[in-house]
Design a protein around this ligand. Structure first.
Ligand code: C2E
Ligand code: MG
Ligand code: MG
Ligand code: MG
Length: 279
């Protein structure tokens, strides 16, 4: 970094902003091209009943395999896809492919798997979103009861509009889960008015639940809240045996995380389900 007078610092600052927007434009163009050239694929992370170890479904997570840069993680391109609107065509592909794959697995006898798909607020705002979703369900033949949308708490910030769209989503028979629950600013009191089915406890509370009393208290509070108003709870980011025992002894039933499996490509997921079949 350049030390010196304010003027110097100012020009350095400017340069880095310009550089940032330059990189951003390159990445945006690459993203646009990537969508056109189908450089994306999905991984599926198993969701389990943590008492029986039965696989109940999976979360679909998008991956970008750039021909020169290699695999680029979602954290690097989802925010850009959201701010540029490219999440709309990308998200549509993710949803279609998730539904298609799930229907294929069900037809092949992999069991009653339900699939969770992350949906950005930007997608919900598209005027024809519901129409698109309906079309994808029809095209792929997936029964909507096996489909779940994961939305973050922040989606409820501008209430009225998103709530009515999510009501439409639920009318289609799709489940709704609040992702990263506990990290937003939502007041717990209005949760009961929202069209949701499941709270997904954020991984930050799971991570240290075996050593941190506050995290234990938060998870317990979420479980109690959910029980009172009739919602399901799932925990993400389960990495350790201790996480499983702490969560299950508090009455939590469902979870996902590296302890069970990292997100897997199609073939590896099939193998996982085959090896885990309990019934
Ligand atoms: P998320 O929906 O909260 O997904 C969970 C993230 O945690 C995933 O990261 C997953 O690989 C990771 N994870 C799973 N188990 C563990 C664990 O035991 N420990 C730790 N430390 N991490 C674990 P990933 O795949 O990099 O995705 C990051 C975020 O990108 C997602 O967070 C989601 O917000 C977003 N994202 C991914 N795919 C999509 C998509 O298709 N559409 C949209 N809109 N967003 C997506
Ligand atoms: Mg998610
Ligand atoms: Mg999450
Ligand atoms: Mg997250």
């Amino acid at each position: 970094t350049v030390k010196g007078n304010g003027k110097n610092n100012f020009s350095v600052f400017n340069e880095s902003i310009e550089h940032q927007s330059f990189e951003r434009r390159i990445l945006e163009n690459a993203l646009r091209k990537g969508i056109k050239e189908r450089q994306f694929y999905l991984e599926y992370q198993p969701k389990l009943n943590i008492c029986t170890n039965e696989v109940i479904g999976m979360e679909a997570l998008v991956r970008w395999k750039h021909p020169d840069l290699g695999t680029i993680p979602p954290m690097k391109f989802i925010p850009l896809a959201e701010s540029t609107g490219l999440i709309v065509p990308l998200g549509e592909w993710v949803l279609r492919e998730s539904c298609r794959q799930t229907k294929e697995w069900q037809d092949k006898g992999y069991g009653p798997l339900s699939v969770s798909v992350n949906i950005s607020v930007r997608q919900l705002e598209e005027p024809n979103f519901i129409e698109q979703v309906h079309k994808i369900l029809k095209e792929t033949g997936l029964d909507p009861k096996w489909l779940e949308f994961e939305v973050t708490e922040s989606i409820f910030a501008d209430l009225k509009n998103t709530v009515s769209i999510l009501q439409e989503v639920r009318k289609l028979g799709i489940q709704i889960s609040v992702d990263d629950f506990g990290t937003g600013y939502s007041s717990l009191s209005y949760i009961k008015h929202l069209p949701i089915d499941t709270l997904k406890v954020d991984q930050s509370f799971v991570k240290d639940i075996h050593v941190n009393q506050e995290s234990q208290a938060i998870v317990l509070a979420v479980l109690n809240l959910a029980k009172t108003i009739g919602l399901n709870v799932i925990a993400e980011g389960i990495e350790l045996e201790e996480h499983v025992s702490r969560l299950s002894e508090r009455g939590l039933l469902f979870g996902q995380g590296y302890y069970y499996s990292k997100p897997l490509r199609k073939e590896a997921f099939e193998e996982f389900v085959n090896n885990n079949a309990v019934v």
